[in-house]
Design a binder for this molecule. Structure first.
Ligand code: BGC
Length: 888
């Protein structure tokens, strides 16, 4: 029962922790004891063996245990280990030692921001000299990537070295010819005016006594490149800049520090331009040779421009994991097109770029156009990309076999048109490199139904392709923004697929940074200039996302960090809408975006969300023990609920608008008294029936559809919607070959072909919010809102014969939770794993104890909602139910 998988703020052996009182977590194996009753943590640094020894603490807490040893300071490297006692009083061995390091503190930074020669801003005419440097296409201009380098000497006896580095823009760094780390587009996207994250790398093994060199390439990325749909660049600044500090510690304790300053040299290299939307152009004839190695002659290079100091933005260590290449795909097929072109089909709508191998004459130009779909004539369909060209160019050096991989761009695509390729393009020349923010896999789920399995894959691919530093709406057209509405409808699904706690913790800083002074949040975060105040169901992400992260990970810190901001937001809504109906300040007022011939009145949707905010705030205040606030928010909720019922709920139970979504909102947001709920459910089901068993919900309603139907006793209707293959349904897009979730139910139909290309993404995760229900009620793995973070697990699957079987697991902070069920003749068999240091309540689909095999003799059961309900200790169980309730 030795604890394993030690974490600090969710991360394994992190090198740059911001908090001086970070939270520690460990997992207890299921073998051996079942529960932790006490633990002991021992932590040390190289100079202080007695940094922290908790002695034996009587506590069952094994996640988010706050460091409370001697004060930590900048650069501290802490070794720690833990042992536990189980319920029998037996002690475990100590775990393996884990480490964490405290990030370089602001006061310890001695570096300055440096850059190449300043460029003219986008609204300024170009001189002739500038025109020879820039690439110009229509009214858009693009700039080459500066390469910056610094040679330096080190003494013998290097003990350790850390590089802390960031950019206004994106960087790729190398030391002595070797790339540092594997990050893509680092430092990622924040509001660079307010906050810039840095990364810290252990570069000890890359350095040597004597001559060394460091080299960094800069790209524009979100900082100075084109972002969003209004054709603008330079949202944060004109010139990409670099900030880096290399600290080398010698065995004798002395230290050398190399920082960015005006002793660095710069020049332009082979990257003619790189832009997130446009793509990258690379002229291999302009490669610089071994410029990141010592001894390189940089006499022709220029001195870097150096600013002084760190600037006014907060400089912070990265909270989440970096963007990296997480998978390589090989093409499904390559076919020849006219004019010597090739069409590469990756078989999967993916996000990232291609790596291309090529051999040919110097100056030959290969052009790669990335698209999601094909036209009926088999040519690439570019119209839905709007102004995003997603086109890479490679000009050959002619020096034998060459490999091209763009650095500072990403594309959303399944197909690539390759033009100008010399010779025959073979599958082995092409690799699809999948780029995303690293998030660990949490959930796995498989069923006996092929379409549902494809849906599960599509949901996961939609998440991966859109979690790139921030949760975006889409990864391909000229948009790719952190839309709040999309994030809030999908966040719970995201937590089941992957461990996204660090990812959303980071994004919530963007959300708070974007908040307007009066408390109102924006539609997109990070906010860019066109994003004013946001709309109902979008801005509410500011409350819903922290609450969901707390629920799924038991993370109280996220509530603490967001509390004042959330309270200010809800108070601002209240001040603007004192009568309890959200009628004022709805701004872009998107409503139930992209619903199907069902117009949910926007004031109903808005008021429901206003109520939900108040309800969640009352719960959040209770968690944080803010009693006065809790009461205040309960009162606010009651006021809104009363106003909602008065204004929108008729005597006969009809809710204004009478759409599926109005009933879903009223039920989900607890707006109806118990006596009124059955009628709302009846009307919801009747509407689905009247539509031939189809949904009509848009982005907002869809996430509540299957969960609410199931909660109110209509799992059969939820399954009908899940298994539909006719329009509109998830299955419809899959029948058309979708490998990701589409933005619209009718992105392409056999009758109309493509929807309006002005807004038709084939990789938008929002409608994939059904994913949470697949875990919570199909597999039956859910949190208990009262004991969050899977400390107490609710296991309540809804059997469905058409699915045949479900096999699923969720990796929680406590370990792996498993649920697998199948029909076996007339019996229903269910295998369950409850990880150590948790408990579970299992609901069996029968009320009759005698119908179930596998219940231990001492086990106590009750009957709730017609189901046997068992409390499970950690362990593995196999149940077999004869005559289960559902034989659908
Ligand atoms: C985006 C959405 C977003 C919406 C606002 C669209 O352009 O792609 O996903 O939420 O605008 O309604």
């Amino acid at each position: 029962m030795t604890p394993f998988d030690l974490r600090v703020e969710y991360l394994t052996n992190p090198l740059a922790i911001k908090s001086r009182t970070p939270r520690l977590s460990w997992t207890i194996p299921l073998e051996g004891g079942r529960r932790q009753t006490a633990c002991q943590i021992i932590a040390s640094t190289s100079t202080d063996a007695a940094l922290w020894d908790t002695g034996r603490i009587e506590s069952d807490q094994s996640v988010h245990v706050r460091y409370a040893g001697k004060p930590l300071t900048s650069r501290d490297r802490v070794d720690w280990k833990v042992r536990i006692w189980d319920e029998t009083g037996a002690a475990s061995d100590y775990s393996d030692t884990a480490t964490f390091e405290v990030a370089l503190a602001i006061d310890d930074w001695a570096a300055n921001w440096i850059s190449a020669a300043p460029r003219p801003p986008a609204d300024q005419e170009l001189t002739e000299a500038d025109q020879s440097i820039a690439s110009i296409r229509g009214d858009r201009r693009f700039w080459p990537s500066p390469h910056l380098r610094r040679a330096f000497q080190l003494r013998t006896g290097i003990a350790s070295a850390r590089l802390s580095i960031t950019a206004r823009g994106a960087y790729e760094a190398s030391i002595n010819g070797r790339r540092i780390g594997s990050t893509e587009l680092a430092p990622g996207w924040t509001d660079y005016h307010k906050r810039i994250e840095f990364q810290t790398f252990d570069v000890t093994d890359m350095l040597t006594a004597g001559d060394n060199a460091i080299g960094v390439i800069l790209g524009d990325s979100w900082y100075s490149g084109y972002v969003g749909f209004n054709g603008k660049r330079e949202f944060y600044g004109v010139d990409p800049e670099l900030l880096a500090q290399l600290e080398v510690v010698y065995k004798d304790g002395s230290r050398d520090t190399i920082v960015t300053d005006n002793t660095w040299r710069w020049t332009y290299g082979p990257i003619l331009y790189s832009d997130l939307l446009e793509g990258e152009s690379y002229d291999a004839r302009r490669e610089l040779g071994a410029w990141t190695e010592a001894g390189y002659d940089d006499r022709d290079w220029q001195s870097a421009n150096a600013g002084s100091g760190l600037g006014s933005a907060e400089l912070e260590p990265q909270i989440d994991l970096p963007i990296t290449v997480t998978q390589d795909l090989t093409p499904k097929s390559i076919t020849a097109l006219s004019g010597g072109r090739y069409l590469v089909d990756m078989g999967q709508n993916m996000v990232g770029h291609l790596r291309l191998r090529v051999r040919g004459e110097a100056g030959t130009k290969v052009t790669l156009r990335h698209v999601e779909m094909l036209q009926p004539d088999g040519e690439v369909y570019i119209t839905n990309l709007r102004a995003a060209r997603q086109t890479d160019e490679y000009i050959l050096s002619g020096k034998g076999e060459e490999t091209f991989e763009p650095r500072f761009t990403f594309h959303g695509f399944r197909y690539v048109e390759v033009a100008g390729y010399p010779g025959a393009l073979m599958a082995e020349d092409v690799t699809g490199r999948v780029v995303e923010s690293e998030t660990e896999t949490a959930g796995e789920i498989e069923t006996g139904h092929a379409m549902v399995n494809q849906l599960i894959k599509n949901i996961v691919w939609g998440q991966r392709g859109n979690f790139i530093s921030v949760p975006t709406d889409c990864p391909q057209r000229d948009e790719r923004l952190g839309w709040m509405g999309d994030a809030q409808v999908f966040v719970r699904t995201a937590t089941f697929n992957r461990n996204v706690a660090p990812f959303f913790t980071k994004w919530l800083t963007d959300v708070r940074d974007a908040q307007h002074d009066d408390g109102i949040y924006t539609d997109v975060c990070p906010s860019i200039s066109f994003a004013g105040k946001g709309a109902p169901a979008w801005t509410d992400a500011g409350v819903i996302v922290p609450w969901t992260i707390y629920q799924m990970y038991g993370d109280v810190d996220i509530l603490v960090a967001s509390y004042d901001s959330m309270a200010k937001y809800v108070d601002a809504l209240d001040a603007a809408n004192p009568d309890g109906l959200w009628l004022n300040n709805r701004n872009n007022d998107y409503g139930d975006w992209l619903s199907i011939e069902a117009d949910t009145p926007k004031e109903v949707l808005a008021t429901a969300y206003f109520a939900y905010d108040a309800l969640l705030m009352s719960r959040i205040a209770a968690v944080l023990k803010k009693e006065a606030d809790q009461k205040r928010f309960v009162q606010l909720f009651e006021k809104i609920k009363a106003a909602f019922n008065k204004a929108y709920v008729a005597e006969d139970g009809k809710i204004h608008g009478d759409t599926q979504t109005v009933y879903l909102l009223a039920l989900q947001m607890s707006l109806l008294d118990p006596t009124k709920r059955p009628e709302a459910v009846r009307r919801l089901v009747a509407d689905i029936d009247a539509k031939g068993g189809h949904l009509s919900t848009g982005f907002i309603g869809v996430g509540y559809l299957c969960p609410i139907l199931t909660e109110y006793g209509h799992a059969d209707v939820a399954y009908k919607l899940l298994l539909n293959e006719t329009y509109p349904s998830w299955g419809y897009s899959i029948a058309q070959g979708a490998t990701t979730i589409w933005e619209r139910w009718d992105g392409w139909t056999e009758h109309k072909g493509f929807q309006d290309p002005g807004m038709n993404s084939f990789n938008h995760y929002s409608l994939g919010s059904v994913g949470e229900w697949l875990y919570r009620r199909v597999a039956g793995i859910d949190i208990d809102p009262a004991v969050p973070g899977f400390k107490h697990i609710v296991m309540r699957p809804e059997p469905c014969r058409k699915l045949g079987y479900v096999k699923s697991a969720v990796r929680s902070l406590y370990g792996r939770i498993e649920s697998a069920w199948c029909f076996d003749g007339d019996d229903w068999a269910w295998d369950v794993t409850v990880p150590a240091n948790t408990t579970a309540t299992a609901y069996l689909p029968t009320a009759i104890l005698a119908n179930v095999d596998g219940i231990g003799s001492g086990a106590e059961s009750t009957v709730t909602d017609g189901r046997l309900c068992l409390t499970l200790e950690p362990g593995q169980y196999s149940f077999r139910v004869k005559s289960p309730l559902e034989a659908r």
